[in-house]
Design a binder for this molecule. Structure first.
Ligand code: BGC
Length: 397
């Protein structure tokens, strides 16, 4: 009897425990719900094969689309932006960058269309510089100077890539390790460039790098823009504003003289919006050296750093506007002077003189040989960081 009642008490306790456990057990949590904004967003990332390089490396193409339909296509070869479709004032999307329809065009001959530039954007005089008492010699690929990282710069290598989609938008993270001594530069450099397309029609570039030996680093992006649309003629009627009271004049090989010259009273004054063509043929030695505009402007920056407005381009015909903000001290405005009708790009468009413009955020050219310019030397233990945003909108006539 005592055993039976103990048995019943045990049975009862066990039943209560099971019941209690059932009441308190948490169901497996569902995956975190998308925010209403994310749910409504039609943003997407899509990856596809885009051919292979001469040595057989596979190249992939990422298509980033934001909620309002703006679309960027970028590939792992050179991080090249192959197309950028942006609305005009009627809402119609148009491709506003120059380039080719397929990888082949880029492999054959490209004046850095759409590419990441590194390890050093723009020129280093005679391809030489001294660092910590040692002289380094780079390839001379723009006689008599070194240009845009060398014969095989960051524009001609295949980057690793990973896409993402989160509150910031849709994007791709490109990574590349440049070996110690590559193109003559000292130190192994781990570079990372993140492209983010946000729902507000802005395209952000975040550059990061670390090194194991002191080395000059100056990363930028070499997209050729034509806000009226790729293949629509030259960019001379488009209006440019650059927030810069000074520029760095050059010698006839396009190496800065070291002077920071006032733009006042020169064809280089873009402090108020001015048509690019208005003074591009001016009788001016600097214009002659550049065959037009191919210079670095010294941005007027507020103290304290951070992202600041550098430039604004407006195409009166389409109403498209592009605003450039950056953490960099300089901006290379290149008016496509070396385009001469010998390259046939997307959709059979022949790229005539000045069919596109580049606004490359950067440190000043030849800084490794100009102790008075802001330094471009990255040391072990430091992190190189540079941010630039190209934001697109429209302006009513
Ligand atoms: C340079 C030009 C050069 C072009 C490449 C620009 O950044 O300043 O001189 O010709 O890149 O095509």
């Amino acid at each position: 009897m005592r055993d039976a009642s103990r048995y019943h008490r045990l049975l009862w306790s066990a039943t209560v425990l099971v019941a209690l456990a059932a009441c308190t057990a948490q169901p497996t949590p569902p995956p975190p719900a998308a925010t209403p904004a994310q749910e409504a967003s039609k943003a997407s990332v899509h990856k596809e094969a885009f051919g292979s390089t001469a040595d057989g490396a596979a190249v992939e193409l990422y298509t980033l689309t934001n909620a309002s339909g703006m679309e960027v296509r970028a590939m792992t070869y050179g991080g090249i932006i192959v197309s950028l479709r942006v609305p005009d004032r009627t809402g119609a999307l148009g491709d506003v960058v120059l380039g080719y329809d397929s990888l082949d065009g880029y492999l054959k001959s490209s004046p850095y269309f759409g590419a990441i530039i590194g390890r050093y954007g723009n020129r280093i005089a005679r391809g030489r510089f001294k660092l910590d008492g040692k002289e380094y010699k780079l390839a001379i690929n723009n006689n008599p100077n070194a240009l845009h990282g060398g014969r095989k710069g960051f524009d001609k290598v295949v980057w690793k890539a990973e896409s993402f989609q989160d509150q910031r938008g849709v994007g791709v993270v490109f990574t590349y390790t440049s070996a110690d001594g590559e193109e003559g530069y000292p130190g192994k450099l781990d570079a990372k460039v993140t492209y983010t397309l946000a729902d507000d029609n802005s395209l952000r570039f975040e550059y990061q790098a670390v090194t194991d030996k002191p080395t000059p680093v100056n990363l930028t992006q070499h997209t050729y823009f034509n806000l009226a649309g790729d293949g629509s003629g030259d960019i001379l009627a488009q209006e440019l504003m650059m927030k810069a009271s000074r520029f760095t004049p050059v010698d006839k090989t396009l190496i800065p003289t070291g002077e920071l010259k006032s733009v006042e009273g020169t064809p280089f004054d873009f402090r108020t919006p001015t048509a690019i063509g208005a003074r591009i043929e001016a009788k001016d030695e600097q214009i002659t050296f550049g065959l037009g505009y191919d210079h670095n402007w010294v941005l007027d920056r507020e103290p304290g750093g951070g992202m600041q407005l550098a430039a604004r381009v407006h195409d009166p015909a389409s109403g498209r506007v592009m605003e450039v903000t950056t953490t960099e001290p300089g901006l290379q405005f290149y008016s496509g002077n070396f385009l001469d009708g010998t390259l046939t790009g997307k959709g059979g468009h022949v790229y005539q003189h000045r069919a596109g413009l580049c606004l490359e955020t950067q440190h000043y050219p030849d800084s490794p040989n100009k102790p008075d310019f802001p330094s471009t030397v990255l040391k072990p233990g430091e992190e190189y960081r540079s941010h630039t945003v190209y934001a697109f909108s429209v302006q009513k006539p």
